[in-house]
Write a protein that binds this ligand. Structure first.
Ligand code: NAD
Ligand code: ZN
Length: 356
């Protein structure tokens, strides 16, 4: 790092930080508008985070149910109190939810203002901070509303990750596993060989694997920034994953749902003869089950709820459901016409795997 991301919107940079002093210039700028995850603020107020002036600060009580237009409206109300217009700088500090809400806000307020993003979850550091997507939930529809808008600057301090709950930490680990599997067998082996360092939250190792994950994602988003082709492959694990997230009323976190989603997708790939059982079992036993930390009862799936959520997935255009898979050669593909029978089969097999 730093990593430069080329974008049709504007190029932007991911920087690393070993302390919190990169915040000081923004704190000293009267036209900065800080939007900070309340939990993060409480945990880090003894650092430079605590120096943010109250009149420039809004705290967010973060959960999936507030990732919506009402929260964005509240931010407009607060932002007008600062005597800035186009020269407003939004600085957001938090995980993927904070990013999604503030990205949409920064894109729309005064038709777009400068945006600095400080990701504080592993998921946001290793995955969501690049790619320029902003998303809001609308009623029960996950990520229905959204735009493409990139931060001007991103600052990653891996020390934030230390205070994440086990499940939020392993949610981020899930997205990293996805990017390693998508990259190559070699990267999957590297992930597997370092499971102990992952469990120990080894900071030096985390910096290394975050960079690796971001570089894999960078290739996809630079080739297809607006999701018209190859970027759709990043949805590996997400078709089942999004459905599991919403059908569990978000008890299953995003990245953990993606882990379950990859297992389910691999089962379908194997049933279709695209992924051999040796590879399927390698991904299952050596990568995915060791990082699936969600309680088994939360992973119980109601087929009708799941299918109804899957059919609402905005990636399904035309008729029939499609599913991103990895094949026996490690190549990513999109398979069409996923049937109800295949979903039932995959869920049943998934439940059997959990019993082992
Ligand atoms: N825009 C994108 O490209 C993109 C990509 C992937 C996921 N997402 C979205 O991101 C969201 C998930 O992101 P997330 O997992 O970062 O969730 P999150 O923002 O909800 O954070 C998870 C939890 O961790 C807490 N937290 C944040 N930082 C912390 C820290 N340093 N220490 C202790 N606790 C901390 C939060 O308060 C929250 O309770 C989902 O809504 C998903 O749809 C967006
Ligand atoms: Zn994701």
């Amino acid at each position: 790092m730093p990593i430069k991301i080329k974008s049709g919107l504007k190029d932007y940079t991911v920087n690393t930080a070993t302390d919190y002093n990169f915040l000081l210039p923004f704190i000293n700028d009267a036209f900065s508008f800080f939007v900070v995850d309340k939990k993060v603020y409480e945990l880090y107020k003894d650092t430079a985070v605590g120096l943010i002036k109250p009149e420039n600060l809004v705290l967010l009580d973060v959960n999936e149910n507030m990732k919506n237009l009402d929260t964005v409206s509240m931010l407009y109300e607060e932002a007008v109190k600062i005597k800035a217009k186009k020269n407003l700088t939004v600085v957001s500090i938090g995980g993927g939810i904070t990013q999604d809400v503030t990205g949409f806000f920064a894109d729309s307020v005064y038709r777009g203002v400068k945006w600095v993003y400080v990701p504080t979850t592993l998921l946001a550091q290793a995955d969501s901070c690049i790619g320029a997507k902003t998303s809001l939930n609308y009623k029960q529809f996950k990520n229905l509303v959204g735009t493409f808008y990139a931060p001007d600057e991103i600052y990653i301090n891996t020390a934030f990750v230390k205070t994440l709950s086990e499940i939020d930490y392993y949610s981020g680990v899930g997205e990293i596993a996805k990017l390693c599997i998508m990259d190559s067998f070699e990267s999957s082996g590297y992930f597997k060989d370092n499971l102990d360092k992952i469990a120990a939250r080894d900071e030096a190792f985390l910096s290394e694997i975050i960079e690796k994950a971001l570089l894999v994602k960078k290739k996809y988003i630079e080739e297809d920034e607006f999701d018209r082709g190859v970027r759709n492959m990043l949805n590996y694990g997400h078709c089942f994953g999004h459905a599991l997230e919403s059908s569990s009323d978000f008890r299953v976190t995003h990245g953990q749902a993606v882990v379950a989603g990859m297992i389910l997708s691999n089962i379908v790939a194997s049933k279709r003869g695209l992924l051999g059982s040796e590879k399927e079992q390698f991904y299952l036993n050596d990568i995915l089950l060791p990082i699936l930390k969600t309680k088994k009862e939360d992973l119980a799936m109601d087929i009708d709820k799941l299918l109804s959520a899957m059919s609402k997935d905005k990636k399904n255009i035309g008729t029939g459901m499609s599913l991103v898979m990895t094949d026996d050669a490690g190549k990513m593909l999109i398979e069409r016409n996923l049937s109800r029978e295949e979903v039932v089969y995959a869920v049943k097999k998934f439940e059997d795997y959990l019993k082992k």
